[in-house]
Design a protein around this ligand. Structure first.
Ligand SMILES: Cc1cc2nc3c(=O)[nH]c(=O)nc-3n(C[C@H](O)[C@H](O)[C@H](O)COP(=O)(O)OP(=O)(O)OC[C@H]3O[C@@H](n4cnc5c(N)ncnc54)[C@H](O)[C@@H]3O)c2cc1C
Length: 348
């Protein structure tokens, strides 16, 4: 471990998009895969608590910080193979930023990522919660995930069937900390047109029907515009974007439960018979409108699903707001909201 890479007592608020989180005992930024694996192996052998950090947009870290070592992933490489008859096979290191990859794919005429434009964070975290937006999910495009399995000390390449992908979840999320994602291989179709658009709001913005395609570059622009309007695109001085994106996942409920909701409640039928409803709708109808809150932790003024830091909020403020909203939705609709970000050193 190179001592020059180690920082002591670095404030984690400087590394999360919510801008909260106390100090890390140590933080190491690592930019090669070999060093990453070796460092994790060594620290695991010592029994040192570890937190893997990407870009920090999906983390709520407590005010006491992290009493252990934080490893900040900074490995960069994109290897492409377009000779394969199956399209573009693109292997991307965990530390590559996601959104520039989406832009690059569109430039290279690799189709499939466009609807996921503007999602903050790094490539290595995309399989963790199976990131998705506007009807697309990253799991549909992943062919393998190369990992370091901390339980066996071995490098292991996982195929999608082994990754347990589901809506905003995966084996990596349900067995937290076991797998360090080293790189992700995507299989993308060749062409300048997008994949069929599945999301009504996006189709409308593009002036097409759901199921039709559009130039991928236009899809990217439309998604970025929709995200900007909702405060879901990071903008340094816009407090509506000092968030973890959607704070709660959209609940998956039974058909019987869905019948107890008012007729106008959104209902999206899933292939397994469950019904997905809208967390934002439930929050609003439970009485928590845009901007709700009275301190530095408030709902975004653009979207009820984002808990935001208006400047000076603590993790405790955000947890207290999240608890209030979760309890209000539970009391009104009997549905328990589940947080989407990973909570470290705090709980709801
Ligand atoms: C404004 C905004 C909008 C957002 N919009 C969306 C959206 O539309 N769709 C969506 O799905 N998400 C969205 N998010 C959430 C977030 O962008 C994603 O979850 C993203 O993939 C997190 O990436 P990261 O690399 O920064 O991970 P971090 O936030 O740093 O970490 C998240 C978790 O992944 C773990 N982790 C990170 N990298 C690795 C690795 N290489 N190996 C093992 N574990 C790792 C961390 O330990 C942590 O548990 C949004 C967030 C914000 C702030």
């Amino acid at each position: 471990m190179r001592p020059e890479l180690v920082e002591r007592c670095e404030l984690l608020a400087n590394h999360t998009t919510l801008r909260v989180g106390g100090p890390a005992r140590e933080m190491i930024t690592i930019d090669t895969e070999a060093e990453l694996v070796e460092t994790v192996r060594t620290l695991d052998a010592r029994g040192e608590p570890l937190l893997i950090l990407g870009g920090g947009p999906n983390l709520l870290i407590g005010d006491a910080g992290f009493d252990g070592t934080v490893i900040k992933i900074a490995t960069r490489a994109v290897d492409e193979d377009t000779a394969a008859c199956s399209g573009a096979v693109v292997t991307v290191s965990a530390g590559e930023p996601w959104d520039p990859l989406v832009g690059y794919a569109i430039e290279r005429e690799w189709s499939g990522l466009e609807a996921m434009s503007g999602i903050p964070g790094l490539v290595g975290a995309t399989p963790i919660q199976n990131v998705g937006a506007y009807g697309a999910e990253v799991s549909e495009l992943i062919s393998t995930v190369r990992t370091f399995d901390r339980s066996t000390g071995q490098i292991k390449t996982l195929f999608p069937i082994e990754c347990g992908f589901g809506y905003r979840t995966s084996r990596f999320k349900s067995d937290p900390g076991r797998f360090l994602v080293l790189s992700v291989t995507f299989q993308l179709r060749l062409g300048s047109m997008s994949q069929p658009i599945r999301y009504l709001e996006l189709a409308r913005a593009l002036g097409i029907e759901v199921g039709q395609r559009a130039p991928a570059s236009e899809v990217r622009q439309a998604v970025l515009a929709l995200r900007t309007a909702k405060g879901m695109l990071l903008v340094e001085d816009d407090h509506d974007t000092w968030s973890a994106g959607s704070f709660f996942t959209n609940p998956l409920i039974s058909f019987a439960k869905a019948r107890t909701l008012p007729p106008e409640a959104p209902r999206f039928h899933q292939s397994d018979g469950m019904i997905k409803t809208s967390a934002a709708w439930l929050i609003e109808r439970a009485g928590f409108g845009k901007g709700f809150g009275n301190g530095a932790a408030r709902l975004s003024s653009k979207h009820t699903l984002a808990l935001t830091n208006r400047g000076g909020a603590t993790a405790a403020d955000l947890v207290s707001l999240a608890r209030q909203i979760r309890a209000g939705v539970q009391a009104k609709f009997g549905i328990e909201l589940v947080p989407e970000p990973v909570l470290v050193g705090c709980e709801l």
